[in-house]
Design a protein around this ligand. Structure first.
Ligand SMILES: C[S@@+](CC[C@H](N)C(=O)[O-])C[C@H]1O[C@@H](n2cnc3c(N)ncnc32)[C@H](O)[C@@H]1O
Length: 392
């Protein structure tokens, strides 16, 4: 240990961490590595229990309770009155949440909110947990057998993914969600809520030049942007809200069972159109200025991703641009969230997050060249890759 760093100085830092996001992330990664390097090997297993207990805390509305009165100290007796759960059980659950810093243990059988409790009480957190519980955990549970049986090859089958095996469904993930509307609703909420609090591509880091249409193009009804596989259309809404001056039509496309869920009145009020479309079929919207895809390609192996890209390329005009909004994994030293996302898409859909080199190869082999890359969330490595058709 460097002589100036002691356990006391680290604890002091923990009580008053810096506010700057970049500095916090650097510290988080450094502290995580420190923790892993000094962790007692017998403690490794205990780290994974937090998620199940968090779901119980969500069900009992414990995070909400604590987050609403952040300075209050709650005895387990008081928590019992509010939740109806037995105090002695609550104490065991709360101390589990406390070792993971999701709440603070302030005295014997007494707890208060930590800096993470409000986040745990958010819709984004519970939607993410519900999505994980419904599909990701069953996939992780069977992953060892699944990989052993496929000879330890990179999974690349959307239909026979570890998750589908885990939930015991004979079909692909989309069919599973279609047949299980309450699980689809959780996944849907997760996608919409997930990045609400995170940096967004429309927040100024990505120039709007590609989205600007001439008066003639607007009069012609040219499409300014089409959000391919756009789920509920939240990115169409983001475009309209962030750039109210931009003219032209904005459309969201997704499978019928997904777009049927969209509130059409709301879409009209925000001014985006809703189109049912399967992106493995020819793209019906020809010559849009921008084809935007967020977290779409990462759900597919290279072969199927190529099919989606091919249909998009065929629809593009000379001045169309493809915006791919995805994680770009670093070639070395990926962060916790990045490896988590990569594993999640592996078990979910036999798919993958990609490095810069992998994006370049995938796009290059489908007739695109990368024109620009704008990283808008450095911690996640989330970026908009602007790609244009390679000139013949
Ligand atoms: C990971 S989600 C991303 C959704 C949205 N772009 C976002 O960033 O929140 C993938 C989306 O692809 C859609 N999708 C899957 N298969 C599709 C297909 N064959 N045609 C069109 N959309 C599809 C799903 O319904 C889902 O909305």
């Amino acid at each position: 240990m460097a002589p100036s760093i002691t356990a006391d100085s680290l604890l002091q830092l923990a009580q008053k961490p810096p506010q700057d996001a970049r500095e916090r992330f650097a510290l988080y990664e450094a502290a995580r590595r420190l923790m892993l390097s000094v962790e007692d090997p017998m403690s490794v297993g205990s780290r994974v229990t937090a998620a199940g207990v968090s779901q119980v805390a969500i069900d009992l509305k414990i995070f909400e309770l604590l987050a609403n009165e952040p300075s209050k100290h709650w005895s387990v007796g008081e928590l019992e009155k509010h939740t109806g759960a037995q105090a002695s059980l609550l104490d065991r659950l709360m101390r589990n949440l406390a070792v993971n810093n999701l709440v603070l243990e302030v005295a014997h059988a007494t707890y208060s909110a930590s800096h993470l409790t409000a986040r745990c009480a958010s819709k984004a957190f519970s939607a993410g947990l519900a999505h994980s519980k419904n599909v990701i955990w069953p996939g992780l549970q069977v992953l060892p057998t699944f990989l052993a049986e496929n000879g330890y090859r990179n999974p690349n089958d959307h239909v026979k993914s570890a998750c589908m095996r885990g939930v015991g469904f004979d079909g692909d993930v989309m069919a599973y969600l279609r047949e299980n509307p309450e699980k689809a609703a959780a996944s849907y909420a997760f996608m919409a809520e997930n990045k609400k609090e995170a940096p967004k591509w429309v927040d100024g880091k990505v120039p709007t030049t590609d989205l600007v249409l001439s008066k003639e193009e607007v009069a012609d009804g040219r499409v300014m942007a089409v959000d391919v596989g756009g789920g509920s259309g939240h990115q169409c809404e983001a475009i309209r809200k962030a750039f109210p001056h931009l003219k032209g039509r904005v459309l969201v496309e997704d499978l019928p069972f997904m777009v049927n869920r969209i509130d059409k009145e709301h879409a009209r009020a925000i001014d985006f159109e809703v189109v049912a479309h399967d992106f493995f079929k020819p793209q019906p919207v020809i010559s849009a200025k921008v084809y935007y895809m967020r977290n779409v390609i990462h759900d597919w192996d290279d072969e199927r991703a190529s099919a989606i890209l091919k249909h998009t390329r065929e629809a593009m005009a000379k001045d169309s641009v493809l915006f791919i909004d995805e994680i770009i994994l670093p070639e070395f030293g990926a962060s916790t969230r990045q490896v988590h996302m990569d594993l999640a898409v592996m078990v979910f859909a036999g798919a993958m997050e990609r490095t810069n080199g992998q994006w370049k190869n995938l796009l290059g082999s489908n007739g695109f060249q990368i024109r620009d890359v704008w990283v808008y969330d450095e911690q996640l490595g989330a970026a908009v890759i602007a790609a244009v058709p390679t000139s013949e």
